[in-house]
Design a protein around this ligand. Structure first.
Ligand code: SF4
Ligand code: SF4
Length: 100
């Protein structure tokens, strides 16, 4: 069986409420902290789904829609900028798990 790359695996993830444009975010990030006092911006390289990105000006942006709920950013951020919760099943945009 062919081994899939991380990108190929992430492409197979399906989400609840995928069609909703108004899905409620399950992670809130205080990007003012990210873009002012954070000394390392480590979440830009530890998030496997690339939800934390830097633009050309070096400003950090966060988007929750591709989050795979791994929880890494919740532990990686030591600056108090990440507020993390599991997605609301009705209004959130969470991963569809194969086994419940
Ligand atoms: S580690 Fe925390 S404060 Fe720093 S960029 Fe990431 S989310 Fe923002
Ligand atoms: S929980 Fe995981 S996938 Fe979701 S934003 Fe945080 S690091 Fe990225």
């Amino acid at each position: 069986m062919k081994r899939l790359s991380i990108s190929e695996r992430l492409g197979l993830v399906s989400y609840r409420n995928q069609a909703r444009t108004d899905a409620k975010a399950h992670i809130e990030v205080d990007t003012d902290i990210c873009n002012s006092t954070c000394p390392h911006q480590c979440t830009t390289y530890v998030c496997p789904a690339k939800c934390y990105t830097l633009d050309e000006a070096g400003e950090l942006h966060f988007q929750f829609e591709d989050c795979i709920e791994c929880g890494t950013c919740m532990y990686a951020c030591d600056q108090g900028a990440v507020k993390w919760s599991y997605p609301d099943p009705e209004t959130g945009r969470g991963v569809n798990w194969n086994f419940g």
